[in-house]
Design a protein around this ligand. Structure first.
Ligand code: ADP
Ligand code: ASP
Ligand code: MG
Length: 439
């Protein structure tokens, strides 16, 4: 068996959907299970619509227009999604009456993009004589925890999915991105979450491979929107791919690799616009592992928290108290840098930060600096690559960018550098030139 996941761009219009049909047809002998995102742009329209509805302006017309145009271009009846649009319309009106939008209702609205897209894709497949059935992942048992907007699967999700997908007639076309908690509330796995669904389904069915079809020929050495001559990386280890995604490479959702690792399933990133391109395969390390640099990722909106102990930093228990505070408020820490007298940590999701700061202030002096970007250079056994750190810091120095913090772990697969947000692209380009340039 095989999972084929198609992202929003691969389902954006009739032409792309035609390609999807021929790709599925070409793999019928491998018993594909298809996982779909919403058509490009639909999730954004739904989220904007929900916010506007809660502000008193319920208006479904943009979503309705996009769905109708697509269905008409595919020669399918708009009736196919009429029930979904009707329910969305009621929800928008409800939000307008209440005048508020909870994370729970936002997930319920966001889920409709995938709910509708699987119906279209399954219908097109059937029209082209490929038996297929649309499957709503929440109804098929993808049970998650109750973290709206960033849910992850509960253990029973795997057995549930295996049981229900095995009963499906023809090719199952499963909604990416969505699940439900144990009380039946709809949840989402976070933006780009359909990648995660693909490996969750892959693990549930114990497939031979998960294919993630997108609009670039694999994972590239850097974000192609920042670096024009970024090029595909042929192979990545699970560790490298996880780090890349975690540190901002938009090409896969950060949690995608976890379910694949548990069963050693290879994940292949492929291009719907160029289906014969080799792409990237993500799998356990093969053969001897030489030190190498594979790619550069970055993310903005980073906060740097500097914590100065009233007494000696090394005093036992200080660090534990610091990280307890982060844990209590469920705030994940990316980079940690320590000096004799202070600890600096970088934080990406800052929703719980005010609580952390309050707790830390009980025993230390805290300052928070906003507007930073974290740039990560990723690679296996990078520390052994001789002169790497020197080249990296010379390049940043020559670009005249101040380094706010660094972390270079002994066993880690990455080197992290925090710089001012406005210098993010300059640094990524300079590092790409020195690490991957022709010279
Ligand atoms: P999909 O709709 O298929 O899920 P996404 O837009 O979520 O596609 O992800 C693909 C995009 O990720 C690419 O078009 C590219 O702009 C961006 N991207 C960012 N970093 C990288 C990288 N290192 N390698 C490849 N693509 C990247
Ligand atoms: N449709 C969702 C999003 O836009 C999930 C996905 O595309 O993977 O984030
Ligand atoms: Mg995506």
């Amino acid at each position: 068996m095989l999972v084929m996941k198609f992202g929003g761009t691969s389902l954006a219009d009739r032409e792309r959907i035609d390609t999807v049909v021929s790709l599925v047809r070409s793999r019928l002998d491998r018993k594909p299970v298809v996982v779909c995102s919403a058509h490009a742009g639909v999730t954004d329209l739904l989220l904007q619509g929900a916010h506007r509805a809660a502000a008193g302006e319920p208006d479904l017309s943009a979503v309705r227009r996009r769905e109708h145009e697509l269905l008409v271009s595919l020669k399918l009846s708009p009736k196919l999604v009429e029930d979904d649009l009707e329910r969305l319309d009621q929800m928008f009106r409800g939000l307008a009456l209440l005048g508020e939008l909870t994370p729970r209702s936002l997930d319920q609205v966001a889920a409709f993009g995938e709910r509708m897209s699987v119906k279209a894709v399954a219908a097109v497949l059937r029209k082209r004589r490929i038996p297929a059935t649309a499957v709503q992942a929440d109804e098929a048992g993808l049970v998650t925890n109750g973290r709206f907007g960033r849910a992850s699967p509960r253990p029973e999700a795997y057995t549930n999915l295996a049981r229900s997908l095995r009963k499906v007639k023809g090719v199952p076309v499963v909604t990416g991105f969505i699940g439900c908690d144990r009380d039946g509330n709809v949840t989402t796995l976070g933006r780009s979450g359909s990648d995660y669904t693909a490996t969750i389904v892959g693990r549930a069915l114990g497939v031979a491979e998960v294919e993630i079809w997108t609009d670039v020929s694999g994972v590239l050495t850097a974000d192609p929107r920042t670096v024009k001559d970024a090029r595909p990386v042929e192979q990545l280890t699970y560790a490298e791919a996880s780090e890349l995604a975690y540190y901002g490479a938009k090409v896969i959702h950060p949690a995608t690799i976890q379910p694949a690792v548990e069963k050693g399933i290879p994940v292949r990133i492929l291009n719907t616009l160029d289906p014969t391109a080799q792409g990237t395969v993500i799998r356990p390390p093969q053969g001897r592992r030489r030190p190498r640099v594979t790619s550069i990722a970055s993310k903005r909106g980073i906060h740097l928290v500097n914590i100065v102990s009233g007494r000696m930093l090394g005093q036992s228990g200080f660090m534990a108290k610091v990280f307890d505070a982060f844990k209590r408020h469920d705030v994940a820490v990316d980079l940690i840098a320590t000096s004799e007298v202070s600890v600096t940590v970088s934080v990406d999701d800052t929703s719980g930060l005010p609580g952390v700061v309050q707790d830390l202030e009980a025993f230390s002096k805290v300052t928070v600096k906003e507007g930073a970007a974290l740039v990560a250079v990723i690679g296996e056994r990078m520390k052994q690559a001789s002169g790497l750190a020197g080249r990296v810091f010379t390049a940043i120095g020559e670009a005249k960018v101040p380094v706010l913090a660094i972390s270079y772990g002994a066993t880690k697969t990455n080197l992290q550098i925090v710089v001012p947000e406005e210098s993010e692209k300059t640094v990524v380009r300079a590092l790409h030139e020195v690490l991957f340039g022709d010279g």
